[in-house]
Design a protein. Structure first.
Length: 154
């Protein structure tokens, strides 16, 4: 997924502004750093809107840049793109997170995690997840303390 940025020079700085994301812009001293700075600004803007419960705008169709500006396409990392796609699909279907969860057979909390770019969710219902065995280290045991300090023996 890519958003368009309009690139221009403002004095000694190079500016990137995103026409689809009102107020999202960044600048650098060096044009070589602009790609990473623009991606960081865009992703931060999109994440803030998702976390705040808003529906960020979809990338628009832009065939050219305004006079005096260049057009650049800035990619969004896959996990964030997936969160956006889920939010947009839910909005298009006019479903709450709870309603989507019911349709998908998962909880509302799992849907919320899917829409949160900072989460790494699973869609497996809790009853079907394999439990991991507890780790045990046979070479390590706790002795009963003789005083207020705890003693360990290896």
């Amino acid at each position: 997924m890519q958003y368009v940025a309009f690139i221009s020079r403002e004095g000694k700085y190079v500016l990137a502004e995103f026409p689809d994301c009102a107020g999202c812009q960044t600048f650098t001293d060096n044009g070589d750093q602009l790609q990473s700075a623009a991606q960081e600004a865009l992703e931060g803007w999109l994440e803030a809107h998702l976390v705040d419960g808003q529906v960020p705008p979809r990338p628009g169709e832009h065939l050219g840049a305004p006079a005096g500006k260049k057009l650049a396409r800035i990619s969004v990392r896959p996990g964030l793109a997936a969160s956006l796609q889920i939010r947009w699909a839910r909005q298009d279907a006019q479903l709450s997170q709870r309603q989507l969860g019911q349709l998908a057979g998962v909880s509302q909390q799992q849907v919320a995690k899917l829409e949160n770019p900072d989460e790494n969710p699973t869609l497996e219902p809790p009853s079907t997840r394999r439990r991991r065995p507890a780790l045990r280290n046979p070479g390590f045991r706790r002795e009963e303390p003789h005083d207020d300090n705890h003693h360990y023996r290896f």
